[in-house]
Design a protein around this ligand. Structure first.
Ligand SMILES: Nc1ncnc2c1ncn2[C@@H]1O[C@H](COP(=O)(O)OP(=O)(O)OP(=O)(O)O)[C@@H](O)[C@H]1O
Ligand SMILES: [Mg+2]
Length: 255
């Protein structure tokens, strides 16, 4: 049975997409069958895992379209170079579909119902959410077994986190919320900022902070810029170790 992880934070640019791609990459390299789903109309994940495309037939928007009979299997594509790393793309047209989907019946369980059909095909399904709490995010919340929330090191890094946790509680149908916060873009030498953020994060998340963090890395930024997963851009990058540690910690939690 697939474990589904939603990577979410309504704040923009905190590392949701980068985390989804590279966590998926690490898990796939370890032999897991991995699917990443782009739920953000910006289509950033799709561009990277497809090697630069920005428009796709059979994409996520069909899952949210009225009267659509599309089959989620037709949306699966492989990340080049892998036999076990798949993605479902999206593109900018998803934004209009979301608007019109607001009146759909059972609109929050659409993704869950479609993903059920792939349950035995994958070990991990990772959902890359947009920087808002729109329909695709609420679908991800209903579909996920675990919520993973990156926060970066900016001045406003933790703003909105309480709201996000409230939204999780409101939307999720589970009594127990399996959520974890982790730090992204950590500048290890910045001790003052790090200890201030760590302290606040512990409080706001009620102690649900992962031990692993992703350090700030030039390679990560450069890989995004070149629309490549990190391991394809720089095979031996030490930043990959951070994603390996993150994967290891998540595997322990999901066991
Ligand atoms: N650990 C890191 N070190 C250096 N740069 C990073 C790191 N993590 C993310 N970035 C860079 O920050 C930018 C934003 O990252 P990303 O696109 O993953 O964020 P996001 O939360 O998905 O954004 P959005 O909310 O727009 O979807 C990208 O250019 C990415 O390369
Ligand atoms: Mg993103």
């Amino acid at each position: 049975m697939a474990k589904t992880i939603a990577v979410l934070n309504q704040k923009g640019g905190v590392g949701k997409t980068t985390t989804t791609i590279n966590l998926g990459d690490v898990l796939a390299k370890q032999g897991n069958r991995v699917l990443v789903v782009d739920l953000d109309p910006q289509g950033n994940l799709s561009k990277v895992v497809s090697g630069g495309d920005i428009r796709f037939d059979n994409n996520v928007m069909d899952l949210f379209a009225k009267d659509n009979k599309s089959n989620i299997r037709d949306m699966l594509r492989t990340v080049e170079g892998y036999g076990n790393y798949f993605y479902i793309p999206t593109d900018i047209r998803l934004s209009r579909v979301i608007e019109s989907g607001l009146t759909l019946s059972f609109r929050e369980v659409r993704l869950t119902n479609h993903l059920k059909k792939l349950d035995s095909d994958f070990d991990f399904i990772i959902l890359d959410c947009p920087p808002n709490l729109s329909l695709t995010t609420t679908n991800a919340i209903v579909a996920a077994d675990l919520f993973l929330m990156p926060v970066n090191s900016g001045v406003f890094a933790l703003d909105g986190l309480e709201d996000l946790l409230d939204a999780l509680n409101e939307v999720s149908q589970n009594d127990y919320l399996n959520y974890y916060v982790f730090r992204n873009e950590v500048a290890v030498q910045n001790k003052v900022i790090n200890s201030a953020i760590n302290e606040d994060l512990e409080l706001i998340s009620k102690g649900r902070v992962l031990n692993s963090c992703i350090r700030r890395s030039e390679h990560i930024g450069q890989a995004s810029f070149m629309s490549l997963p990190l391991s394809k851009y720089k095979k031996g990058s030490i930043a990959i170790n951070d994603y390996k540690n993150l994967a290891r910690e998540l595997l322990t939690i999901l066991k």
